[in-house]
Design a protein around this ligand. Sequence first.
Ligand code: BTN
Length: 269
Amino acid sequence: MNETERILGASWLGRQLHYYESIDSTNLEIKRLAEQDAPHGTVVLAEQQDEGRGRMGHQWVSPKRTGLWFSLLLRPDILPEQASMMTLVAAMAVEKAVEETQGVKAGIKWPNDIVLNGKKICGILTEMEIKDKKVDYIVVGIGINVLQKEFPEDLAETATSLKIELAPEEEEQYPEQISRTQLFQAVMWKFESYYECFMKAMDIRLFQDEYQSCLVNKDQTVKVMNPAGAYEGIARGVNQKGELLVERDGRILEINSGEVSVRGIYGYV
Ligand code: BTN
């Protein structure tokens, strides 16, 4: 095991690791590196983002040294329609890493949120570049709220951090009892392992059951919102392509994550 493997606990992910005190957005930086031919597995990690980006044009608040803000560069030989499954790979990796390092079972709100006690602790933003109708590269951006003690009013209803949920009374002199390094290592390790499952099957079938056991919106009434309008149905799980199965009027609809947002009807989950 070489030094990078020892520190990261992973073998190909993060062999090239770019670390910044502050950056606009790790997704933007990794795209710039990708355009300069950075290799598969490159990782960008920042202590703070000034223009952190969320899904659907939202901002992602990324204050200094409170969370894990990082992006992964992937260059798999897959078709554009398979790329959204990378979000599910990342979600599994974060969910399992939280369980392993913190000893709690978080859940996944399809497709890209990790939730703890009904609030969001992590969001994932997957973007891709296409060349000659094939994937040139994929960027998986992961933001995990670790040490925040509070959130701005507009986010406080839906967002939380590991610290708020797991160590609210922790002594000030031990601000990092929840180790960001350890959590980051665990995510890297788990990501490699679920990514390899994905590449073997070219879909999520090898961890489909495991994913469904983490799905917080399973058997819940959800509101599916897409550009054409909104409707309600009952989430029944995911298929091998990682699409959400929603029962509506006795029929099962397969929802691709694309520009769709899914919410609970009584709140965020
Ligand atoms: C979402 O839930 O809307 C997705 C949030 C993704 C945030 C991460 S933080 C690291 C990476 N860089 C960004 O600008 N965004 C992602």
